[in-house]
Design a binder for this molecule. Sequence first.
Ligand code: NAP
Length: 476
Amino acid sequence: MDKINNKSLLSILCEHGDDALAIDNPADGSVVGYIPVQSESEIDECIEKSRLAQKSWQKRTAKERSSLLYRWYELVMENQADLARLMTLEQGKPLPESVGEVAYGASFIQWFAEEGKRAYGMTIPGHTEDKRLMTIKQPVGVTAAITPWNFPIAMITRKAAPALAAGCSFIVKPANQTPLSAYAVVELARQAGIPEDVLQVVVHQSPETVGDLFTHHPTIRKLSFTGSTRVGRHLIAQSAETIKNTSMELGGNAPFIVFDDADIDQAVQGAMASKFRNAGQTCVCANRFYVHDEIYDQFVSQFIEAVKGLKVGNGLEAGVQIGPVIDSLAKERILEKVNLAVEQGATVATGGKALNGCFVEPTVLTGVQQSMSFIQEELFGPVAPIVRFNTDEELIQQANDTIYGLAAYFYSRDITRIWKIAESLEYGMVGINEGIISTELAPFGGVKQSGFGREGGQEGLEEYLETKYLCFGGIH
Ligand code: NAP
């Protein structure tokens, strides 16, 4: 913490009361900072404050809201180095990745500062001579969000920026392992002039309690969740009682496919970026590789060489590419899956072992078959299982053989095949000769049990708007 320069950020991260939540550094187990937790009644008060604040926030012009968001964006970028350091301390990802996430998170604020001014309705030809019809867009209202630890800033700004731009107020419950980044980014919003009650953070020891409060509270009109499919399913069920508008960004099981006509060097580069970013802990990380028989040996040997060259360590050390996984439980789960794969007949081609602390060796598994049960699960770690395939038909069947439908990737240079495969993959996002696809400019989201709703792009604003139809009669 000694190297955090912005003193106002530092002070909010060190409040040390009896009920404070201690935040650990996954790289060495040390305590990074403390965050106060709220009681249930305090969270209730936050919801009431949010209700009142939303009324006046909605009345401001889109242009006024845009100016405040734009200032927030500038402050996030001005504090990029501090925010990144804080993120690496509480989350573990290598510092250059944290620097990248701060910019990525900020890009949503910038984008929605613009998009908020374009919440257009339309005029519709009337159905009788005396009628004039139109639609207007209005904010959904008080919005709550629950976000995960793997992108401690971007998963918040991807929701908060469009909500605020649309005229909603916003309360976020960040993951209990990474609330420091959440508090820091919200503190910068305050410094930008966004009213305190319009954008709030709540932290509580029990996520279930916050989930119950958010889903059952009639004041909250929308719940936006990013996290596991298991918790998302539960929140959808709980939201049924109040018929809440929900958006769900859930788990993934991304196939990464290399066809026989692919540029192998490019495919290896894309595979490394897609698989090992954030130590494999992203919802869009390649989770299983399918490599065509004809180029299997060449791709696999180049890929293994690249994986062997990865530097594992504390994310603050120069040159580190793979930081710790989030905690010891995550490490155990990853290693259990590797052991299960080996029991089922896979071979560890490189890695496969636990390292001291919360570190896992970057691992490649070969000889993997579609029938192995672990291939149906999200690995969420630096482990790459490789399946060999022969025909496009077999490949499509295997790639779609999952409950998930978030991201998929493939490498090919044949334009007919590219179109056919892109259209056949049952996923919300497809990377074609590209392993990194996220940007604020495009709609991010999944199909099947990866959820519904889109973040970013034009669609991102719509999630926080209602369409109201106005029918003007008696115009003779
Ligand atoms: P998680 O266990 O579902 O947790 C996500 C958030 O939900 C955390 O804030 C957590 O709080 C909270 N939570 C847990 N149980 C809850 C409950 N019963 N009621 C209400 N809230 C609850 O997921 P995770 O392991 O942190 O994150 C990894 C998952 O997120 C993966 O499946 C990944 O694919 C998915 N993800 C999806 C996207 C996307 O855009 N589709 C992006 C990133 C991650 P605590 O932290 O306090 O436990």
